[in-house]
Every structure is written in C-alpha cells, then in structure tokens.
Design a protein. Sequence first.
Lengths: 382, 382
Amino acid sequence: MRRQGDGKSGYPESGENRRATLKDVALAVGVHVSTVSRALNPETRHLITPQIVGKIAEASKQLGYQPNTAAYSLRTNRTRTVGVVVPDITNSIFPPMIRGVEDALTPLGYSTLVVNTDGQPEREAAILDTLFARGIDGLVIASVERENGAIRTLASRGTAIITVNRRMDDPAIASVTNDEAEGVRHMLNHLVALGHRNIATIAGNQNLSTGQRRYEAFLRNAVDMGLDVGPLRVGFASTFNEADGERCMEELMARGGDFTAILCANDRLAIGAIMALKRRGMSCPANISVTGFNDMAMVDRIDPPLTTVRIQQYRVGYAAAELLLERMTKRSELHRPQHLVLPVELVVRGSTAPPAQNSGIIALNNSLKSGARRQKISAGKA
Amino acid sequence: MRRQGDGKSGYPESGENRRATLKDVALAVGVHVSTVSRALNPETRHLITPQIVGKIAEASKQLGYQPNTAAYSLRTNRTRTVGVVVPDITNSIFPPMIRGVEDALTPLGYSTLVVNTDGQPEREAAILDTLFARGIDGLVIASVERENGAIRTLASRGTAIITVNRRMDDPAIASVTNDEAEGVRHMLNHLVALGHRNIATIAGNQNLSTGQRRYEAFLRNAVDMGLDVGPLRVGFASTFNEADGERCMEELMARGGDFTAILCANDRLAIGAIMALKRRGMSCPANISVTGFNDMAMVDRIDPPLTTVRIQQYRVGYAAAELLLERMTKRSELHRPQHLVLPVELVVRGSTAPPAQNSGIIALNNSLKSGARRQKISAGKA
DNA sequence: GCTTTAAATGCAATCGATTGCGTGAAAGTC
DNA sequence: GACTTTCACGCAATCGATTGCATTTAAAGC
C-alpha cells in the first residue's frame, strides 16, 4: 500500500528498482516465504522438494535476489563480519596480514572491518566498543600488548578472538605468531659466522610479545654462544619505528660500548640505526653490520639491502582467519587455548659483512676524533 | 518467556549479559520505546521533555545501551558503512588513502569495508556485488578504469560513488585526483634544467586515467619545450609494477633509442627501470636519470633515492570521504558532477643528475660492446 | 480401507529499532 | 467557559529474514 503501485502482479514495479526480497521470490513461485528461505539455505534445503527448490533457485536468480544482511543479522544475531585491529594500516607489515585474513574469509561470505589504534590503548578501547556496537562475530587483533584486561574479559565472555603477530602473556588467548626465538638464533649464528663477537642489540618495546621474546632470545642465545652482552650493548626502543631506532643507535654510540654488529628487533629500527650511522659518517656494513626483523616490503631495495628475518606476514593472517572461523562456528573450540607458531627464514643481504679490523664503535669514535674522518671510512669501504 | 527468567524487574538478568535494548531502557525509565528512541536521537530530541531526556540518557548510560546496528539498518535501509575498493591493499600507495577515508568517516559513526580487486575487472564485479549485498551507503573506488559500465549504472541509479586517485572519462562520476599534468610538467622542467634534452618515458596503462593523463602531459609539455619524443622513446607498461618497468626499460634499451633520462609514470615502474639499468651494468643517475611519480613510502630510502612527484595520498582519501558524505546525506548533491584536483609537489632526490658527456643509451651500448665495461661506468660515476 | 507415520509446506512470532498517526492534557484564544 | 491549537508521548505497523510449531498431504503398515 505504501509503495507498490496497484501491485497487480505482485512483482516489484519495473520503474523503481527495489531489491528483491524473499517475499518477491515467494510470490513469483507461488509458495510461502519460509519455503523460499529453506530452499535457499543449503542446511535446510533437504526439507523441500527438489522440484520446488529448482523453481525457487531459478526465480531467485531471475529476480536477482540477494538476502538482506540486516534482516539476517537482526534475526540470527550473527553479522558475518570480523574486526581486524591493527596499530596502523600504513605500516607496511600489516597490509599483507590483513590481506591474508580477507582472502581466507571473503570466500566464506565474511567481511572484514579494519580499524587502526595508532598504538594508543585508549583509542583501542573506543575502537573495540564501536566494533562491538556493529556486532562483529570475531576479532583478529594485531595490536595487542602482552597484557590487556579488556580483551581477556571479552574472550572469557565468549567472543571469538585471535591475536596475530603478537600474543598475550595469558595463554588462554589464542594466537598465531612467528618463531621469534628461531629468527634471532639464526641471525646471531649468521653474525658469529661472519666473525662478529661484539654484538649489540636494539630491543623493541618490552610490553609487546615481539619485543620481549626477541630480546629474551637475544640474551639467551648470546650467552649460549659465549658472547659478551653488557648493558652498554643494549638499547630499548619504546616504539618500533625509524625515529626510535635512530635515537637508540645514537645513545649506544654515545655510551661508547664497543661493538661491530647490531641486531635490531625489527626492520624499522634497523633503518633508523643505519640512518644514525650514516649521519655520523659511518657506513653499514663496512663499519657496523646492522640486521632487522620482519622482512618488510622494500627493505631489499634500500641502501644497503637489509639482512633480516623473513616472517610469513600473509600466512600469519590467513592462518589466524582459519582458526577464528573454527572458533566462530564451533562453540567447542571457543575456549581452547591455541597457539600457532609459523617458521621464519633468515635472509642475508647487504647490511651484514665480516667485521673489518678497524671497525666497531670505539675504533671509529677514535678515528673520527683524530680528524682522519673521510679517509678512514673510505678505506674501510674498500 | 523465552529467556527472561521470571522477569520481575524488567531488567535483564545479571547472569546472562544480553545487550540492553531500547525496551530495556524504556522499562527502566517507565516510558515507551518510541520515546526513548526519540530522546536518544539528536534530530528528534526536541520532541521530548528535557527532564525525561535526562532520565533516559542516564538510564541508557547506566545499562550500557548501544543501538543494534542491524535493526537500525533494516528499518532505515542505511548501514553507515562505505565500501573502499582498491586494487591491492598491499601496494603501499593505498594504505594512506584508506587511512584518510577512515579518519574522515569513523568519527561520524561510519565504518569502512576495504576490498581488493587485484586489478581484475571480473573480480571487481563480484566484489561490488557482495558490497551491495551488504548494503553499503557509499563507495570509494581507487581501482577504477577510465570506462566502467557497472559503475556508471550504479551511479545513475543513485548510489553515492566517488573515485580516488583515478577518475573515469565520464564526467558525471565524481572524483578526487592529483594534478598529474602539473606533476609531469614540474618533472620535465627539472630534467631540462639539469641539462637533459633527450628524455624517454615509460607510460602507464592507458586504460587508467593516471596512465593516460601523465602520458598526455608528457607529450604536450615535451613538445612545448621543444624536446624530441619519437616512438623509440616511449614504452607502455600494462601494469604499474616493477616487473613491467623492468621489461619496458629493457625494450627501450634494446630498441636503441638514445636518451639520458627517463620519466616513469609511477614509482614502481621507476624502480623496475633502475633494476634493469643495474642489471645491464649501468648506473642511475650517472648514466641515466630516472624519475617516478607518487612518492610512495620508502622510495626516499632506496638506492638511489628516487626523484619523484609527491601526491597527497592521505588527503586524497580524506577529501574523497568528505565529498562522499555530502552525497550520502544530501540527495541534492547526488548527481552533481564534482572533481577535486589536489596539488602535487616535485621532490628532487638522488635518481636525477645532469647528463654526463658519455652517458645515454647509445653511448653506453657502444662502450659496452667494445668491452670497456667496468671502466667506462665507474668513470661515469666519478 | 483405515490408522499411523513421515515428509513437505504454511503460519506466525520474533529480532530491535524507526516513524506516521492518534490521543490526552495543557495552554492559548475570544 | 467552550473551543482551538500546541505539545509530549504512546500505539502499532514496518523493515526482511529465520524457525518452532501446526497443518496438510502422501506413503506405509496391517
């Protein structure tokens, strides 16, 4: 009455292109909407005579029927939407993960809502709120810190949650991460094999599992290998970015700790470290070898190409989505602690080299002070 | 009866944590749901006595009421969701745009659904379908080709659509793009100022406005400046990526066209071109200057740092979202053709230099053939 | 041939919000 | 003081799909 012209045929008017509903299909076939609903749902299709199913399928295709998501959600309380929370989509390690999640979920009719926290816990809280207002079915979180009460309560209340790349200390929160320990071990092996014995590190934020685990692995393996790691050889970054890498490198150099190589907790810190070196007139790898972690896009093209640990960014996302799917569909899976750790791979490029005789921070600081700057360095280069 | 225990208080049971609904708030305050609905909506709030509005506001906060998105959408046929269609989120020029869109939209209660087409038109069609099945309010498209019937019909049927970064030939489809012509003009000026007279180009896909407009601007300005651009100096890429840049550069070199600089339609093509040069034992910028377009993340850190045209990726996205908002809210805006062109900026870095006497493809090819390879090149470098 | 059982389909309530219309009370008019 | 107007709120339909239950029809059993 409100819209259907005189509605003689029961078909939607040709003039207005309203989307077809179950009702339209039902009218076209001459059955009840509930029959159409069941015929169109693979789970309940067996309840309907195959012949009618055929007619319904045809009519629905004919009319271009597409189920109304809002109505479905309202009735079933499921949205077929998952939230993906990242610190910043602009940070190029996240897009491949997001892509992995999407590629795993899209074919199954799920959509993903990507949101950015900018690493601010308050923002994160607000964002989780809006995601829940939207009524998501599950959550993939790449931005999580080692401890987060909000997420723990969400999980215990029955929300399907999985963390990617990072994990929480609480083992109850499922995760898909990379083998940080192995990555660090490979890298240290590589540096030692090149001849380095004095190795420093720029550790990441210790509130993040990546930061903490990589640092811990560094300490453990360095000791195992008989390397000497004094406090003069450790810098702590608060953020995983170039600026902080630069700052840490400056500090390490200023403190005068002697080392010929530096293992950075991720690629961006490494890039910052290299910048700091360059600004001091030093060269990587001639004077100091620098290593990264993650194998971010483009680090193979920077100067020097970065030696790093390749993590499987896309697969981490993909695997997380698969695990999340199980949790969203089978209630039994919901509270099973589950932690997938994907293997990593050492990628040796140009930022590491054997230590030169006169390389290392102390040697350099001395030579720089003595004014023989340019010469020394280009000598080291040859 | 189905769930509410004996429901003596009307409040949701404390044991089960069902989300509060309008009804819950209404019961708590002792008014009708429609009153609560009006009180909570700023548009209709004036219809309700301020005192009652106060009570309702308090109760709804108390109960942690959050409107059910599905119910709202079902009733109003609006989802407060916009689709963002990009070729590939993994391509680092898109995340800043997406971020711009999100930052403009999120504060207003909109969510964004990001999808990837991988540059495949069939995939794009399927993706648009699923977006529409979701019932989005508007569409931001970064993946659009110059002609696309599906999008034109969508737009004419009243969907709010805006293209970013690229635009369609049809002026009816609103867009936010960058000033391609100015960018190319600045770049040619820069090269000419350095002393280059023989300038080649690797043009982008001519089905994309970026490819077409940049190429057109190249031709027009080159002619204006009295430069000679024969067919030997033009390569066409079909895809904006490194591999195609490499291929085009190879072809240009093989064809033997003489030039000392090459203007590439975007950064990725430029990176490919530089790789091709390196593989041939040539150097950028000593032998050939190479320029890009976009100022993608990290191109300032590659070797050599890329001279390019900076587009305002984030602002393009932000502006597009703002325009889209108008179109989604005011029906009058819906069919107004609207094209915003943002200014660009030349960024001179290390990949451009004055031409050396013996630089250029022909000179190099000759010297290479004569076997004096290493020497010539390092001479050119000094 | 009549009852029992199963299979296929229809009926109607429901999810939670919005909104046109109706109603009662208070305020204003003459 | 009777009437109109305005204001504040309630009523109930509605959006489009799902689903427990009722009903009809057909098949099976004896």
